[in-house]
Design a protein around this ligand. Sequence first.
Ligand code: ADP
Ligand code: MG
Length: 731
Amino acid sequence: MAVFNPRFKAKELAAERTHKIVRRPQGPNGEALTIPEYFGIHVFDIEKSDMIPAAAKEQLAQVRATENMHLSKELADIVAKAVTEWATRRGATHFCHWFQPLTGATAEKHDAFLDFDKNKQPIMKLSASQLMQGEPDASSFPHGGRRSTFEARGYTAWDMSSPLFLVETGSGLTLSIPTAFFSYTAEAMDVKTPLLRSISALSKHATEFLNLIGDKDVVHVNTTCGAEQEYFLVDKAFYYSRPDLVMTGRMLFGKKTSRNQQLSDHYFGTIPERVEAFMQELEVELYKLGIPAKTRHNEVAPGQFELAPIFSDANVAADQNQLVMSTMKKVALRHDFVALLHEKPFPGINGSGKHLNWSMSDSQGNNLLNPGDNPHQNHRFLATLAIVCEAVHRHAKLLRTSISDAGNDHRLGAHEAPPSIISVFLGDTLNGIFESIREGATFVPSDQQHLDIGTRQLVQLLKDNTDRNRTSPFAFTGNKFEFRACGSSKSVGLPLSMLNAAVADIFEQSNQLIADDLKAGKSVAEALTDLTRHWINSSKEVVFNGDGYSSEWVQTAEKRGLPNLKTTPDALQVLTDAKITSHLVRLGIYTEKEVEARFNVLTERYNSLRHIEAGSLTDLVRQHVLPSAFSYKQELVTLVQTQKEIGTEGTEKEHLVALSQSINNLSKELKALEELAAKYEALPEVEASMKLAHEVLPKMEQVADYCNELEQVIPDHLWTLPTAYDMLFVR
Ligand code: ADP
Ligand code: MG
């Protein structure tokens, strides 16, 4: 009956593939280069450029470090000339302003270096103004009702705190200039601008705090970030035969394989050779871009992997994470893989997250969240920790909003990722210290500093202060916090800006409290202990050290009064509450209009994604699931008839009846879905988003259940869509 089943061809291709030999960067004599020998060769380092005079370098550093000090055209011209020489010598033909509009992706518009001199001779040139400013036609970028299309002006401005870099694609090189993107009326239309503002705000208030408590030499505080990236790899041949993956990034339905992640045999298992070759090539590309990829391993779900870099300044880390994602996609294709960054590509198994490791570091390079050897006596550390707890407590809703997205809705609270309830994990030691501060008692550290593993052969290990808690959305992990509920496909810029804003807000308030205490004659240690006690008391409810995946926690959290915003539209509503967002405006991180724009853009985006999903689902059912089901039905009908004729009837008819029932159920549900989706298409955006989340999505899930029911019974040779089994196990 099946004439040609494209799925079989895909399976054949995938099963036959072998790993690619990765070419490592080589020296002039063909010798393999070590990583330091090629690390950052695609990054323009102003400090190392011999075309920029020392005085100019100094001025540039000053401009970068000083607020409201502007880059002169003369200085920009020096950099432009140097970078043009550097880039074109390496073979770059084009440059682009690289920015991050509210689509969450990156955008770029390329221009050739080609120009003509006075004598009409071709030259390679990037002018000072081309380096500093661009003017992409902004009308097609989301702006959240901030501009009408006839006022399409948008500007990009060079971000001097993130390095210029070369992107290698096909056979060419393009110089990318990291930029911020804003409107004619100077409203930020991107992810980067508010992030930069939040970094400054946090720096300002944290520096003031440190100065107040006696660390007078501190002149600024950096936000540090390391973004761990999870992803799936599927063979390219399957990907293109699964239109839902192509259109929506996820399988809209699919029967679970009988073995998936129960045996935990994939997590940290041996990396398949074809995958490792991909990882090696990816790392080479990242190292060239100066991105310090550090860790690679198999993740929990079959076909799932992770990459973690060494942390850096948050702005650079955010840019680099965008590059990690785009480079991953590009390199995967060279290995006949497609890298899936969606938060939930496969139903029934773990999805992907992005762990945002976050801390602060003062201008002397000291990590503010480093507990030191005696955390209980480290007043500065304890106060900072308490400030972060209060920040998360007070601004939990906005933190939740900052990670909301259609894709992440499938993960949060689904027993694989931390729930939509934002809580803080501190671990036993710190909890104990906080407890004793609260009660005014003396904390006695436990003296078991070494792990007793019961053998003589092994090296002795120091015991960590805390065990790990994988179920907490916001966990203290030794000397940093790990915001674990971020979506794998999203920029870290938005959650970072919200987190910085929250912490800056509490630092600002703390500074007042400390100043008052000091004025009243208290010592710094006393003032810090007072402050710590103050915040740990007010943030008590947000601290939770138990199992965040359990259903009891949902109830307990409700009793504690912690918000539980389950879906993206619920979470986005937060942005319409001026009381909740007022600190963003006060700290100069988002204007009211910018908050409103984000609400509009993110709502619109949610609606579009869900509509695309509903459309893709109905297409798939009509073009694949029902035709396969009808073919099978035809086979059964013929079988039942002949059995009857020759008198050998068995249970075939029961199968036929059950199949017919499933087909009818699916058809009915499909019709209902189409009607519902059409009905809500015309609604105003906000209303539509609620309906999509609370009515259309559940209806889609019902349709998916009927599809799975059919996939379960339809013979393999009649099933035309690649299955979860194909995609997760055949490589
Ligand atoms: P874990 O095993 O707890 O996840 P790792 O040491 O593997 O911890 O670090 C995970 C990520 O956290 C890495 O990207 C790492 O560079 C980053 N990280 C470590 N220290 C800091 C810090 N002070 N600030 C921000 N990120 C950090
Ligand atoms: Mg981690």
